[in-house]
Design a protein around this ligand. Structure first.
Ligand code: XBP
Ligand code: MG
Length: 236
């Protein structure tokens, strides 16, 4: 019997990447006097690297250090990422980022059935809280028994660590849970921890490989706009 549903955040609860995280990264770069700019296309490629700090590191090494050694940029990256988080939190206050279809409905139905809720995400806990507050109200964060986020583990998705951590916090076994993810990296993480996973794709992830998912849908669905089940084979 299902005891808990573990939700990813970015791309699953809400479309936070293109007009949220991406914009915040660009503001942090501009604020630091860097001429870096992540357009939608580059950002789509960079999403293959989960974790904002890891994404900046990858960009630096692959787009700016063609002939030199990577060196140790961790302090600069930490600073840029802290600025980026600040801008993202500001963005959530000023711009309305809505939950994806079916998310609020599903959370309510799971609560009614006393199925526990949890979060397993690569982004920071403060970003999760701000998104939940902005979309569901300040009391909604208490609906979640565990917020497993960001640097609580050292290896981010696609590593399974954040799911292992979440299961440990919930004191549940993988077989008692269902994960909901939007990306191949997320799916690798959840399946890697042995958690059966439903995938709800979005524009950035629709062509990825989801063959390990139990089911792939275009969105979580509302009674008047049901979800479509789609093929999760990679399009390349
Ligand atoms: C989300 C991410 C995050 C966000 C940015 O992946 O990869 O890096 O893009 O957040 P998932 P931070 O949905 O699989 O958790 O900059 O806070 O890392
Ligand atoms: Mg995601």
């Amino acid at each position: 019997q299902l005891k808990a549903v573990i939700f990813d955040v970015d791309g699953t609860l809400a479309e936070t990447e293109r007009d949220g995280h991406r914009q915040a990264f660009n503001r942090a770069f501009a604020g630091a006097g860097l001429d870096w700019y992540w357009d939608e296309e580059i950002y789509g490629q960079l999403l293959a690297v989960s974790g904002g700090k890891e994404r900046i590191q990858y960009y630096l090494e692959n787009f700016h250090l063609q002939c030199g050694s990577a060196g140790n940029f961790s302090e600069i990256i930490d600073c840029l990422h802290a600025d980026k988080t600040r801008y993202y939190l500001e963005l959530l206050k000023t711009r309305i980022i809505e939950l994806r279809p079916g998310v609020k409905r599903l959370l309510g139905e799971l609560r009614e059935q006393e199925i526990r809720l949890a979060i397993a995400t690569t982004t920071t806990a403060e970003n999760v809280t701000a998104l939940i507050n902005a979309t569901l109200g300040e009391s909604a964060i208490s609906w979640f028994d565990c917020i497993a986020a960001g640097d609580m583990v050292s290896a981010k998705k696609p590593a399974p660590d954040i799911y292992h951590y979440c299961l440990q916090q919930l004191q549940l076994e993988a077989k008692d849970c269902l994960a909901i993810e939007d990306s191949a990296n997320g799916l690798l993480a959840s399946v890697g921890a042995g958690v059966t996973t439903l995938v709800t794709v979005n524009a950035y992830t629709v062509e990825e490989n989801f063959t390990q998912a139990i089911c792939v849908v275009d969105q979580l669905g509302e009674p008047d706009a049901p979800c479509q089940v789609i093929d999760g084979s990679p399009i390349k």
